[in-house]
Design a protein around this ligand. Sequence first.
Ligand code: UDX
Length: 447
Amino acid sequence: MRLSIFGTGYVGLVTGACLAEVGHKVVCLDIDAAKIDRLNRGELPIWEPGLEAIVSRNVAEGRLEFTTDIARGVAHADIQFIAVGTPPDEDGSADLQYVLSVAESIAREMNTFKVVVNKSTVPVGTADKVRQRIEGILRERGVALTFDVVSNPEFLKEGAAVGDFLKPDRIIIGAGSENARKVMRELYEPFNRSHERTMFMDVRSAELTKYAANAMLATKISFMNELANLSERLGADIEEVRKGIGADPRIGYHFIYPGCGYGGSCFPKDVQALARIADDVGYEAELVKAVEAVNNRQKNVLFDKLASRFGGARALGGKVIAVWGLSFKPNTDDMREAPSRTLLESLWAVGAEVRAFDPVAMEEARRLYRSREAFFLASDKYSCLDGVDALCICTEWQAFRAPDFDEMQSRMRARVIIDGRNLYHPERLREMGWVYDSVGRPSSLVA
Ligand code: UDX
């Protein structure tokens, strides 16, 4: 089948490449000409394992192309995906201007029937707005064309995007007409070979499913972080509690890892947006708001623990602090809403100097904090520790899980680790003479 995708960001690019991979003919569009030029030269705007190989193979085999030519994109296919950003507005609600402007472009250029598929994460009711916008333009143009608007939210995780897309748990399709359902079933047919993964529902339920999934996952994390903070104060160990509750199949072991807070381009934005969606219909989403508040507080725990080790925040002035891990999670260079940023900014605010290392996010860190003086990016995890007063760990990259502690100790001015991801055994580190604080576990002050 043929399809066009507006937006070559994370979702658009992965969707385009993977749908080409299963045999469809895909045109990807973006209004950013520089981005399209780079894609046409084979340069990817994002770092995502496996994506480059799929993009170059499908371009070479003629199933995938990139263009800024809207008329060509609209003419190419009956199926038109909208996969552009929905950044938070001032008040946290999703900003729909990009989604609606794509809808407008499609309406201006279309001359035959279209299925307009919304893949961006959008508030409940957006499909109706897209429909109205298209109807308005068609009326202006004085043409009588038919179209369907479908909601097909995306659930891929950064760092595992290609695998998630090619082997989805489920494909959610919100469609109002039999015709749209038929087109979407055929499009996703290659993914349903082993068993049926497509779930059809009404459009609003599909739109809400995306928010419900992300808010539920964020709730699990904030709940665990709250219990971790409580464990510290009660003298319990959250890692034991985690295993203890995970054994209950109704709870399960997944996604209940405490830490220094969730980040990324989805959870913070979607949790906030869901609270605004509720406000808009006059419902106070108390739990959803608390999930966000707990997370904002959690992003400060590393700094607070560090400060209390040094006898207060002000005592950190002039200290040199190493930070391992800058991306919001492993296997991505994405630093959006990353807990590392809260830590870096708090450290700079009290006059501390930062030496940082991340296996892939160095370029991104340089871009974000180019003008910062008290920021040094080290070339590897050990040289990052040269002369530092303490190490803080923000991201659980594999490379940090089993470091050479002797090497670390020989480089650091003091043996202090503040670990936001519970990577090491407190007992073992204590035996080696480290001051080691983690999240929700007994601290291990050297006696
Ligand atoms: C998420 C959803 O998983 C995905 O389905 C959706 O489409 C987009 O949002 P992503 O943002 O890539 O994907 O990250 P994810 O792997 O879910 O992690 C989100 C954050 O939660 C990270 O900061 C991670 O460190 C944190 N996290 C995750 C925890 O703190 N504890 C956990 O147990 C799991």
